[in-house]
Design a protein around this ligand. Structure first.
Ligand code: UD1
Length: 340
């Protein structure tokens, strides 16, 4: 069985990808410091607890595991926090990646799939964003993703490190079996917050900006189901394992929904309207971000088959209802988590 090292594999997208790797007959070995990730979400292979800032530790793990491929999720991803604490982002996302790539060079450069973000495009007025759109991040988080993309190219020249960069749009939804799901602390994402509001567990959802130049005045985003993202990672990895060249793909559903449209879908699926409150724009939010998905469809033969908005919300809602039960099982390491 092919061993795949998955940094950040205890996190939201990482854990869904481990499940997909296992289904595809591979063995995911998670490397995670468990600061943002959850021990209970590591279910499909081994766990090596460690921090990418600990260079010796990642070198040891790389030498011990000798993976045939690597998927690199580990990092921080909150835009606002990256503005107030840029050092945290440059240190974890960039310095941590240098340690990882150096460790991989010691073991003959297994191919790497890297999780980047549509945030690298910054503010663009393009209707559908293809991979050819200029990259101009507007926050430190996006800058760190761009820096790693550049770093990967340099390591390829110097050490034959083939890689695929995946630029996600808005990851959302949860595993159809509700074995794992989205759980951030604090939660900042639209869909889980709208669900918490509709369920009466949170006050009114703030709508950040109602005067954007969109049909209903709220921001438009491209929501992509986490299971479709996981599938894209497996395809990208197989592409590299089959000898494919380095490449770059946008991963979205290719359809844009406004904040109000998402809120309406949540109200309909939860069966109770989301209480909302208009609020000021959130700094750094572009008006519209929707992917042109043609490249991933053509080269990876990938289709975002789970990303219908109602399915995204329905799976997120199911996880929201199930998670206390899932996380209260003994021995999951989840006893200290506040999931209220
Ligand atoms: C952002 C990043 C993305 C990153 C993700 C992780 C950009 C363009 N995207 O996604 O790369 O991986 O964060 O944190 O920087 N909203 C509300 N009220 C709320 C919460 C959100 O109105 O309480 C709105 C936001 O203004 C936005 C939309 O909902 O228009 C989606 O927001 P969110 O779920 O936070 O994701 P992004 O900010 O789009």
């Amino acid at each position: 069985m092919k061993k795949i090292l998955v940094t950040g594999g205890a996190g939201y997208i990482g854990s869904h990808t481990c499940k997909a790797l296992s289904k595809a007959g591979m063995e995911p070995i998670v490397f995670d410091n468990l600061v943002l990730g959850h021990q209970w979400a590591v279910k499909w292979g081994g766990l090596e607890v460690g921090d990418l800032l600990d260079r010796d530790r990642i070198v040891d793990v790389a030498k011990k595991v000798r993976p045939e491929g690597v998927i690199h999720f580990a990092g921080h991803s909150c835009v606002g926090e990256s503005v107030s604490d840029p050092a945290k982002y440059w240190r974890n996302n960039v310095a941590g990646t240098i340690n990882l790539l150096d460790a991989l060079v010691y073991i003959n450069s297994p191919p790497v799939v890297f999780s980047s973000s549509c945030t690298v495009y910054g503010i663009t007025d393009v209707d559908l964003i293809s991979e050819n759109v200029a990259v101009e991040p507007i926050n430190p988080y996006g800058e760190t993703k761009r820096a790693v993309e550049i770093m990967l190219k340099d390591y390829e020249v110097a050490a034959d490190l083939r890689h695929i960069v995946l630029r996600y749009f808005n990851a959302a939804g949860s595993d159809a079996d509700a074995e794992i799901g989205e759980l951030h602390n604090p939660e900042t994402h639209l869909i889980p917050l709208a669900i918490a509001s509709a369920a009466g567990d949170m006050k009114a959802l703030k709508i950040f900006g109602t005067d954007y130049s969109t049909a209903d005045g709220t921001c438009v985003r491209d929501y992509i189901h986490v299971t479709d993202l996981a599938d894209a990672h497996v395809r990208a990895l197989n592409y590299l394992l089959d000898g494919g060249d380095s490449n770059l793909f946008n991963l979205g559903a290719g359809v844009g929904y406004s904040v109000r449209e998402v809120v309406d879908a949540v109200g309909r699926i939860v069966g109770s309207p989301v209480p909302t409150e208009p609020s000021v724009r959130r700094p750094g939010d572009p008006t519209r971000l929707v992917a042109d998905t043609g490249h991933a469809r053509e080269i990876l033969h990938w289709e975002p088959v789970n990303s219908d908005l109602d399915n995204i919300v329905a799976t997120a809602w199911r996880w929201y209802q199930m998670r206390k039960q899932v996380l209260s099982r003994p021995g999951l390491g989840a006893d200290k988590l506040d999931v209220s």
